[in-house]
Design a protein around this ligand. Structure first.
Ligand SMILES: CC(C)(COP(=O)(O)OP(=O)(O)OC[C@H]1O[C@@H](n2cnc3c(N)ncnc32)[C@H](O)[C@@H]1OP(=O)(O)O)[C@@H](O)C(=O)NCCC(=O)NCCS
Length: 147
């Protein structure tokens, strides 16, 4: 398994991982965008501006993380790789040169909330969903490096 910076060529694989991980982890989440639109979103709005790292097994992308301006905007692992420590490895690689990170996670996403708590994040204020696209209640979490 290697972790390296994403390139524009990763857009399709990243979109597929995000769609599959969301479907498995959050079947109750409204699906607002078609697969093509998700790929275009990563291609044009995420990959050119965010720090994106990809985990690859052989040549296949199996997880990715995206960070920008202290926000962890995306962390998705292919469902057949959950629970193998990959999420932790990607998180540690992405925050190696960060002093703090924050994120928003859906309240019902118990697995992810547990994952972030285990990795040093704290739950801050809950949101009623008005600030996210899906309009589903979420919670802001943050992590600060202890020196
Ligand atoms: C949340 C998510 C990123 C976690 O990734 P992951 O790769 O499953 O996380 P890890 O494997 O690092 O940690 C999960 C569990 O595996 C365990 N684990 C860690 N290293 C391990 C290893 N080498 N072997 C086996 N298990 C391991 C961890 O201990 C943890 O379990 P615990 O907290 O009960 O102890 C992943 O489940 C996911 O993609 N979910 C869907 C998308 C999502 O919700 N993203 C977050 C949106 S905000």
């Amino acid at each position: 398994m290697i972790i390296d910076p994403a390139s524009a060529a990763d857009a399709e694989a990243i979109a597929q991982i995000q769609l599959a991980a969301r479907r498995c982890a959050m079947p109750w989440l409204p699906v607002l965008h078609a697969p093509d639109a998700v790929r275009r979103y990563f291609e044009t709005m995420v990959l050119p501006v965010e720090k994106v790292l990809v985990a690859r097994e052989d040549m296949r992308a199996v997880g990715f993380i995206a960070v920008r301006h202290g926000w962890l905007n995306h962390l998705y692992i292919a469902p057949d790789h959950w629970g193998t420590g990959l999420g932790t490895r990607l998180l540690d690689a992405a925050r190696a040169d960060e002093s703090h990170l924050q994120l928003r996670v859906f309240q019902r996403n118990a697995r992810a909330r547990h994952f972030y708590l285990r990795n040093g994040f704290r739950e801050r204020e809950p949101g009623d969903g008005r600030d996210n696209e899906e309009k589903v209640p979420d919670v802001r979490m943050d992590w600060v490096r202890v020196t």
